[in-house]
Ligand binder design. Structure first.
Ligand SMILES: Nc1ncnc2c1ncn2[C@@H]1O[C@H](COP(=O)(O)OP(=O)(O)OP(=O)(O)O)[C@@H](O)[C@H]1O
Length: 358
C-alpha cells in the first residue's frame, strides 16, 4: 500500500486555489474568567486567511497571540464568535465531528511536546494510530514523513538525543501525519538559534509550496514574518491593530507598534561620530527596488540646490521584492532642503527626517 498517503500537491483534501478562504474568523472573543475578574485574550477579531497563504501574527507578550491561535483548533473554546475551517464552523460540531475536523489542522509548538519515552518514529506513528490508520500504512507513512523533514536516519533515536531543530522537525512530521490542510505554528522557532530558525522556516516554506498547506504562525520576531509570511497582522490588547501584505506593512507601516516591530529588521544605527560630523539634515529614504533610488536621488540633486552625502545603505528582500534603504545628509538652504525632501516624498516609498540641520 506504499503511496497510499503519498504527499503530492493537490492530494490534501480541501486544498484549493489562492483566493478561497481556508480560515474565516468571525467576531472572535476569548475571555478568561479569573478570581480577579475577566481577562480579555482576544477582542473581536475578524480575519480571512486564504488557501495556501502563510499568515503571520506578531505581537508582544500578552497581546493575545496564543489565545488566538489556540482558538483556531478549539484548544481554547471561544467565548464568542465562530471559526470556519474550509467552510465548516467549528463551535457547533459534536465531539466526534470536531475530532475529525481537527485532523485537518496540524499544530507545532515552541517546546515541541514530543513523548520522551518513544522513538522519533513512534512519536510520529502515535498521531497516525490515534486516527486509526492500519499498521502497515503507518510504517510507510512515518518513513515518508521522516524523508520529508530530513530525518530519515533518526527513526529509532529518542527525542533526548536530538538537537532543538531536529526535535522541531519531528514535531512538523507529526503535525503533517494526517495530511492536514492547515498548519498552526505556535512560536515554533522561538526556542531555536538564528541559523536553526532559518532552516526550520525554509522547511515550513517548502511544506507550504509543495503541499499547498495554509500556515498560520505566531511570533514576536518580525524577522520570522519577513522570511516566510505572505500577510501579517499586528496584535495588541487582543485586537488586530494592523494587517496587510508583508511588503506593504514593511514599506508603509501605519501604527507606532508596527513601526517598532519592523525597526528590528530595517533599522540601522549610524555611529555617533558620523552624526556629529554632519552639519546638514539627515534623512532616511526607502525605495521599492534595489537600484531605482539612484535615478531619483541624482534627479533631486540636479533639480534642487542641495549637496547630498550617502551615509549608509542596504537592501532588504521582503517577499523577494527589494526594499532599498539609504541614509543621506542633505546640505543647502533650509528651503532648498525642504523642497528636496518633498520631491523625495513624491517619488519614493518613504522619507523620514532623522535629524534637522544642526
Ligand atoms: N488560561 C488563562 N487564564 C487567564 N488568563 C489568561 C490565560 N491565558 C492567557 N491569559 C491572558 O490573556 C492575555 C493574552 O495572553 P496570550 O498568552 O494569548 O498572549 P501572547 O501574545 O500569546 O503572549 P506570550 O507571547 O507571552 O505567550 C494575557 O493577559 C494573559 O495573561
Amino acid at each position: 500500500m506504499k503511496g497510499a498517503f503519498l504527499i503530492v500537491k493537490g492530494h490534501v483534501e480541501g486544498l484549493g486555489e489562492r483566493g478561497d478562504a481556508m480560515i474565516r474568523v468571525e467576531n472572535l472573543v476569548k475571555e478568561y474568567k479569573t478570581k480577579k475578574g475577566i481577562i480579555i485574550g482576544v477582542d473581536h477579531v475578524n480575519v480571512t486567511i486564504e488557501k495556501g497563504e502563510v499568515f503571520g501574527i506578531v505581537g508582544y507578550s500578552g497581546a493575545g497571540k496564543s489565545s488566538f491561535i489556540r482558538c483556531l483548533n478549539l484548544l481554547e473554546t471561544p467565548s464568542n464568535g465562530e471559526i470556519y475551517i474550509d467552510g465548516v464552523g467549528l463551535t457547533s460540531l459534536s465531539k466526534q465531528e470536531l475530532r475529525a475536523a481537527r485532523l485537518k489542522i496540524g499544530m507545532i509548538f515552541q517546546h515541541f511536546y514530543l513523548i520522551s519515552a518513544k522513538t522519533v518514529a513512534e512519536n510520529i506513528a502515535f498521531a497516525l494510530k490515534a486516527a486509526n490508520h492500519p499498521r502497515k500504512e503507518i510504517n510507510d507513512r512515518v518513513h515518508e514523513l521522516l524523508e520529508m523533514v530530513g530525518l530519515a536516519d533518526k527513526a529509532e533515536v529518542y527525542p533526548a538525543q536530538l538537537s532543538g531543530g531536529q526535535k522541531q522537525r519531528v514535531g512538523i512530521a507529526r503535525a503533517l501525519a494526517n495530511n492536514p490542510s492547515v498548519l498552526l505554528c505556535d512560536e515554533a522557532t522561538s526556542a531555536l538559534d538564528p541559523s536553526t530558525t532559518k532552516s526550520i522556516l525554509k522547511l515550513l516554506k517548502k511544506i507550504n509550496k509543495e503541499l499547498g498547506i495554509t500556515i498560520v504562525l505566531i511570533t514576536h520576531e518580525m524577522e520570522v514574518v519577513k522570511e516566510i509570511c505572505d500577510r501579517v497582522a499586528v496584535m495588541q490588547d487582543g485586537k488586530f491593530v494592523e494587517e496587510g501584505p508583508v511588503y506593504e506593512v514593511f514599506a508603509h507601516p501605519q501604527e507606532e507598534l508596527t513601526k517598532h516591530f519592523i525597526s528590528s529588521v530595517l533599522q540601522f544605527d549610524l555611529p555617533a561620530a558620523i552624526v556629529e560630523h554632519c552639519a546638514g539634515t539627515i534623512v532616511k529614504i526607502q525605495f521599492k527596488g534595489a537600484v531605482a533610488g539612484e535615478g531619483v536621488i541624482s534627479d533631486m540633486l540636479q533639480q534642487f540646490n542641495v549637496k547630498g552625502n550617502f551615509l549608509h545603505g542596504k537592501i532588504e528582500y521582503i517577499q523577494d521584492i527589494p526594499l532599498g534603504i539609504f541614509i543621506m545628509e542633505l546640505q543647502g538652504s533650509s528651503s532648498a532642503v525642504a523642497d528636496a525632501i518633498s520631491y523625495l516624498e513624491k517619488r519614493t516609498e518613504q522619507v523620514e527626517v532623522i535629524r534637522d540641520a544642526a
